[in-house]
Design a protein around this ligand. Sequence first.
Ligand SMILES: NC(=O)c1ccc[n+]([C@@H]2O[C@H](COP(=O)([O-])OP(=O)(O)OC[C@H]3O[C@@H](n4cnc5c(N)ncnc54)[C@H](O)[C@@H]3O)[C@@H](O)[C@H]2O)c1
Ligand SMILES: CC(C)[C@H](C(=O)O)[C@@H](O)C(=O)O
Ligand SMILES: [Mg+2]
Length: 368
Amino acid sequence: MEKHIVLLPGDGIGPEVTKAARQVLQAVADRYQHTFTFESHDIGGAAIDQHGTPLPDDTVQAAKKADAIFLGAVGGPKWDQLPGHMRPEKGLLGIRKQLGLFANLRPVQAFQQLLHASPLKKEVVENSDLLIVRELTGGLYFGQPSERRNNGQEVVDTLAYERHEIERIVDQAFQSARVRRKHLTSVDKANVLESSRMWREIVEEKKADYPDVTVEHMLVDAAAMKLVTNPSYFDVMVTENMFGDILSDEASVLTGSLGMLPSASLNEQSVGLYEPVHGSAPDIAGQNKANPIASILSTAMMLKHSFGMEEEAEQVQTAVTGVLQEGYHTADIDLKNGVKVSGSELAAKIVDQISTSDATENIMRCYV
Ligand SMILES: NC(=O)c1ccc[n+]([C@@H]2O[C@H](COP(=O)([O-])OP(=O)(O)OC[C@H]3O[C@@H](n4cnc5c(N)ncnc54)[C@H](O)[C@@H]3O)[C@@H](O)[C@H]2O)c1
Ligand SMILES: CC(C)[C@H](C(=O)O)[C@@H](O)C(=O)O
Ligand SMILES: [Mg+2]
């Protein structure tokens, strides 16, 4: 198959992890005789420096024509003092909105090899395998007005949704639950927020269409607690944009590092942007310390969700697991008996497994 992939490396560790993602995609193309072509564009702080805007037009145009998009990360202290509309993060929010990427899938699985790397007890983390379905183009991130008023003495942000925006993300979550363990937890703050009460009503209406899925409602504060006390309770969680942002960083603790969590952002045509959940990590940028696994697993999501290449996606996941099994890890993973390597060394080991492994019968079920 021929596929054209737009790369948006961005800032901080973004370029380092994007390089790893590209190497993995190339290894998959070589192994399975696909042709993947790549084209890089600026976004975030890098785009501000080069073009004076966090989201140049040609980046959006290229992304619209691509078969899939990979994004590294945006942001950093260099641009933190810029006004809100000029910040690197606006580039990311802008591309999500312009491509209509409303469905953000964030799978979280505790790898057997890393159970001791979590600050949580092994017995708590074991068997965690959940999917956060985060609404990505509405809610508190995009509602208007969002401004300072009254000479800076007052401020407002707005949590707004139209019915159809909630319906489509809830449908997505039910569909995801259907192909997993058929247990959906809708997370909200219905004891306080009107938007959450409407969200609950819509989930209740939709459940008749998915009789095979068990659905429940949980308040976000309680969900945050249960996520670290009994994470294996959850299968699919669906929630508003901001709640999903916070819960997914919290959930990364189950895996041992934020550097492990991949994501896919899909629109109604299932065009996808794939990115690690983590940010630009300015504290370790340029030191070859960044864990590339979140990005590499994001390419597995791309292979599966945008290209329908299930076997290739499973191969990538098997390679990641294989390298972890051999004890290799980057500095963010706290393992006593492992072998600490740099980000590029870890990526090279994963690439090598993809290229040379003949383990097609021991291939992993693809959780991403
Ligand atoms: N999708 C994105 O582009 C994205 C996501 C989150 C934050 N950000 C931006 O990134 C900047 C930094 O934000 P932050 O520090 O709060 O969050 P962050 O995710 O960049 O980093 C949080 C912590 O996790 C570590 N970390 C993150 N990814 C890692 C990896 N792959 N390997 C090893 N360690 C890793 C960092 O070193 C840091 O200690 C901010 O400008 C923020 O807006 C961007
Ligand atoms: C950088 C920021 C705008 C972004 C978000 O909040 O969506 C990030 O935290 C994420 O999780 O992708
Ligand atoms: Mg986040």
